[in-house]
Design a protein around this ligand. Sequence first.
Ligand SMILES: Nc1ncnc2c1ncn2[C@@H]1O[C@H](COP(=O)(O)OP(=O)(O)OP(=O)(O)O)[C@@H](O)[C@H]1O
Ligand SMILES: CC(=O)N[C@H]1[C@@H]2OC[C@@H](O2)[C@@H](O)[C@@H]1O[C@H](C)C(=O)O
Length: 381
Amino acid sequence: MGRIRTAIGLMSGTSMDGIDVALVKTDGEGVVERGPAVGVAYDPAFRKRLQAALETAKTIARREERPGDLADVERDLTLRHAAAIASFLDANGLTKADVDVIGFHGQTVLHRPEQGLTVQLGDGGLLAGESGIDVVYDMRANDMAHGGQGAPLIPVYHAALARNLPADCAFPVVFVNIGGISNLTYIGPDGAIVAFDSGPGNTLIDQWVEAQAGIPFDQGGMIASEGRAVAGLAARYLDHPFFTAPERRSLDRNDFSPPAGGEATLEDGARTLAHVTAAAILKSAGHLPERPKTYVVCGGGRLNQVIMGDLAGLASDRGAKVIPAEAAGLDGDSLEAEAWAYLAVRALDGLPLTFPGTTGVRAPVSGGVVAKAERGAVSDA
Ligand SMILES: Nc1ncnc2c1ncn2[C@@H]1O[C@H](COP(=O)(O)OP(=O)(O)OP(=O)(O)O)[C@@H](O)[C@H]1O
Ligand SMILES: CC(=O)N[C@H]1[C@@H]2OC[C@@H](O2)[C@@H](O)[C@@H]1O[C@H](C)C(=O)O
């Protein structure tokens, strides 16, 4: 067992709905003690700025470029993370001295694995200075430099959690994260890990209901529950070459676009896209080495009852059961942030973050950049 550190993970995911903060005590290996967690929502104006940042980022050719107002957005984003840390510490009666490291994801604004390009806004040095805590950030780049897709990174944390699942979670187990994009991690009976992005998660639904009704997401799947799936529209998404590609690859939020306004009613569009989200996961799972027996679902999409209903139905047809993370004793909202805390500790100890079976990297590699609190210095982890 390695040294146990107290780490805080910070995740601003592809849904751009806010910052998830979670504390974990861990040795970066088998010891994982999950602590408090909180979600801090972005105000609508900042969410719009992030959405605009994705457009601006499309011109980036080298990952350090910050065209347009991206440098300002990065600073603002980082200061929001610093404020989230300050209020999290305060709310939990902690001080910076109680925390060894922060794992800082930042905001992905561009992800083009085929070009070896992935860009996360987030100034680790600024966050270390503001919080007074060492920060590990930019954890995707080293994987890409070694031939990986730069995502998903969460599988090594799923594998750690899989060691302590309730006895009724039969293996193979698949952890599914339904965020903006969905990704899955397969853990075989022998502990083998296979992981990849599995398709659009909530991003199409969010963009659809925003454009059609001016609301940010389909709470509980209420809108979808009043609609009917449009078969042709669903097929258009599920026939995307991504699902039949010989090699699994990671996705950019912009790889799938929402339907055009006239293609469905608000309800039918939401119903169709909820089905696409569920069916995409099962379609991608067809590339796994063995049929999964249990799906453990994390991320905001598990709160959409229509997605969950379709997922349960499709999985049951294949002899598998679907449970939300909470039924496995986990917290489906904070799991990604917990993972970034866990990854930061692994990075400090030089342990691999990614593996050939998770990102396609040539050999297991560590990663991340360390920004020291006291000196404002930055170095590779
Ligand atoms: N109560 C709810 N009912 C239905 N959907 C919800 C609910 N709460 C959140 N969501 C959906 O979950 C999304 C946020 O999920 P999550 O925070 O897991 O994503 P993320 O971390 O931003 O994305 P990613 O995992 O792709 O990086 C929201 O945009 C919304 O679509
Ligand atoms: C490039 C990037 O930010 N990818 C995210 C995104 O959101 C989900 C999916 O696409 C996954 O590949 C990844 O995040 C998770 C947390 C990961 O790296 O494991």
